[in-house]
Design a protein around this ligand. Sequence first.
Ligand code: GDP
Ligand code: MG
Length: 370
Amino acid sequence: PDTITVQELANRMAERGADLVKSLFKMGMPVTINQSIDQDTAELLVEEFGHNITRVSDSDVEIDTAADVDASETLLPRPPVVTIMGHVDHGKTSLLDALRGTDVVAGEAGGITQHIGAYQVTVKSGEKITFLDTPGHEAFTEMRQRGANVTDIVILVVAADDGLKPQTIEAINHTRAAGVPMIVAINKIDKSGANAQKVREELLQHNVQVEAMSGDVQDVEVSALKKTGLDELVEKILLQAELLELKANPDRDAEGTVIEAKLDKGRGPVATVLVRRGTLRVGDIFVVGGESGKVRAMVNDKGQQIKEAGPSLPVEVLGLSGTPGAGDPLSVVENEARAREVAAYRQQLATDKRTTHAPANLESMFSALK
Ligand code: GDP
Ligand code: MG
């Protein structure tokens, strides 16, 4: 049928009914747990809770069920995914480049650095960190609005000679709203006008209490230019990651999120996908947003062809039917007919939403309600 009770939806999503009721209330729909909601509303909720809609029949949507939650014994540690945010010119790009330079395997791999929207470094201890290569608040907020909360840790860059600026404060607010832990990198410490203490005090005024001010937000003085403080920053990222106990099951059909996608003249549609769980392999059949495909080849951030990609690894995927959008989910499915069916269904849903002027996302829905 076209409706489902809140309780039934909660069961299928393996979420608490009360949490769904709360979300619906925020969306301006005061319903009880036994009341029914329509399919569009159900879809919004499913997306908000970060689940995928994977199986379809003619008129019905089936949602990843509790059985799809990976059993704890299948979970293995995975590298953290880090986003760098901060005011313009405070050194986000420089810091990303400097951190990329800390990769101990880049040289021996012999590949050429490719900008694919994300990269992974292996640090001295052998541990891995994934960095999203698209600094800026828009990418972060847009992904989040689409239910793709891929970032585990935010690095807030503040120039020590400039202090907190409007986009710094925006970044703090976005990070808070996402519930993602923050590490403050006080950059440009090499400059003569640098005043790290002033930055810490300004942060305090915005309720960011760093360790030096008796708080629990880690901070570190760095110079992206002189490449100082990078080891300490890396250590703090790893410490934060350990606290988060980041894990994923590498041994299942892959699911990932599109970081960026483009139509390449020579190679056709290409998407950089961050694998979230499972292992993506050459030959796998998948659906990604409203597109489908079969992995023809995968290329890592060092320009090397690889055969498989596990959790937290960003890879360029070739073999798509078209160009998906940033934030679109990728799921491996059993066969091509299934992939085409799900993709067509999703395209239809997207068209329906546009023509029935449903809000594009939850964020705009909330502001429309205010
Ligand atoms: P973004 O806009 O945040 O990406 O900032 P950029 O990385 O483009 O840096 C802006 C400017 O600051 C550039 O001219 C950089 O060379 C300079 N810069 C970045 N980091 C440092 C640093 O640690 N020390 C000094 N002195 N300059 C820096
Ligand atoms: Mg930049």
